[in-house]
Design a protein around this ligand. Structure first.
Ligand SMILES: Nc1nc2c(c(=O)[nH]1)N[C@H]1C(S)=C(S)[C@@H](COP(=O)(O)O)O[C@H]1N2
Ligand SMILES: [Mo]
Length: 324
């Protein structure tokens, strides 16, 4: 993220605009017809062919029993193709195309997440238990990257709050720290010293247990592809995308604010909170507007990424220019 300013991103890197324009009518229909249909329809379109060689997607594993939820933004979905080929996942490289191209060797199963720290019942999150019926919801969220692009993504997700509650956090649990897996043999980006691996992130406990905060295990109705953070990643829709840490192996309740990767990399550019805020610019670029992937013109960035009604109260009395 330190490397490229949004202005430096060539349109050709983002997408073939004509393809998206022609697809827009279809998407509008698909959005009405439901996401499952959209996923199937898009699978037939150009670009997804490349993905078919990807181990996760080739399996074509649809996640059964996903319950519709009330959490859905009423905006055109970003096509499956873009959501799964335009990615930020430095463990596989810094270019947006690297994660899909270079994550083929990554093995997201078997998997378990260790839960530790300030809690009465430390233990593990069992991936298969997470995938059990009646827990998974479809959440259609905006994702706003700090680089000033955005998407609308239909995640298959489980709310994080109730999951964390099972481990009985103590009164000392003021924060939750997350850690990505460290596997340099499977993650070529980790063989470079650019970032102090593993990638780490954190939330305040009230943010982590907020009803909007979820762990995603799928996208567009199917198992999460490697490039999107398989087998499970955080999604915190009112914060810049870098808070949504991928391929999590550890969740720890802590008393003190945990270190976070991008804050370590550039403390003056990336704060702990990282709430989407059009009024607080990044030192090197404006955050007031964003490019929705697939659209030609920039749009206004919304306070808390459009989730102000739900989350503004979490920050009452805080100076958001200071706690950026
Ligand atoms: N482990 C890890 N998690 C990560 C990143 C990363 O480089 N490594 N990039 C973040 C950034 S900057 C964004 S915008 C989102 C992108 O998620 P997506 O590829 O599913 O769109 O993932 C976030 N999670
Ligand atoms: Mo990002």
């Amino acid at each position: 993220m330190l490397i490229k300013r949004p202005e430096d991103i060539r349109p050709s890197e983002i997408t073939d605009e004509a393809v998206f324009r022609s697809r827009r009518t279809f998407l509008r229909t698909a959005a009405v017809a439901g996401v499952a249909t959209a996923g199937l329809g898009l699978a037939a379109t150009r670009g997804v062919r490349a993905l078919a060689t990807h181990p996760d997607v080739a399996a074509g594993e649809k996640i059964p029993n996903v319950v519709e939820s009330a959490y859905k933004v009423d905006e055109a979905l970003t096509p499956f193709e873009s959501v799964t080929t335009y990615n930020n996942f430095y463990e596989f490289g810094t270019d947006k195309g690297d994660p899909v191209a270079r994550s083929g060797k990554f093995e997201p199963r078997p998997w378990s997440v260790k839960v530790s720290g300030e809690c009465e019942k430390p233990g593990e999150v069992d991936l298969d238990a997470l995938l059990a019926p009646h827990q998974l919801e479809e959440r259609i969220y905006r994702l706003r990257c700090v680089e000033a692009w955005s998407m609308v993504v239909p995640w298959v997700a489980v709310p994080l709050g109730p999951l964390l509650a099972r481990f009985a956090p103590t009164s000392k649990a003021k924060y939750v720290a997350f850690k990505t897996v460290y596997r340099p043999d499977q993650m070529p980006g980790q063989r470079s010293g650019f970032i102090d691996w593993p990638y780490v992130e954190g939330l305040r406990i009230d943010e982590a247990t907020h009803p909007l905060t979820v762990l995603a295990v799928g996208v567009y109705g199917q198992v999460l592809p490697n490039q999107n953070g398989a087998p499970l990643r955080l999604v915190v829709p009112w914060k810049y995308g870098f808070k949504s840490i991928k391929s999590i192996v550890s969740i720890e309740f802590t008393e003190k604010e945990p270190p976070t990767t991008w804050n370590i990399q550039g403390p003056s550019e990336y704060g702990f909170y990282a709430n989407v805020n059009p009024e607080v610019d990044h030192p090197r670029w404006s955050q007031s507007r964003e490019r929705r992937i697939g659209e030609l013109f920039r749009r206004e960035t919304l306070m808390f990424n459009g989730y102000a009604d739900e989350v503004a109260s979490l920050y009452a009395g805080m100076d958001l220019a200071k706690h950026y």
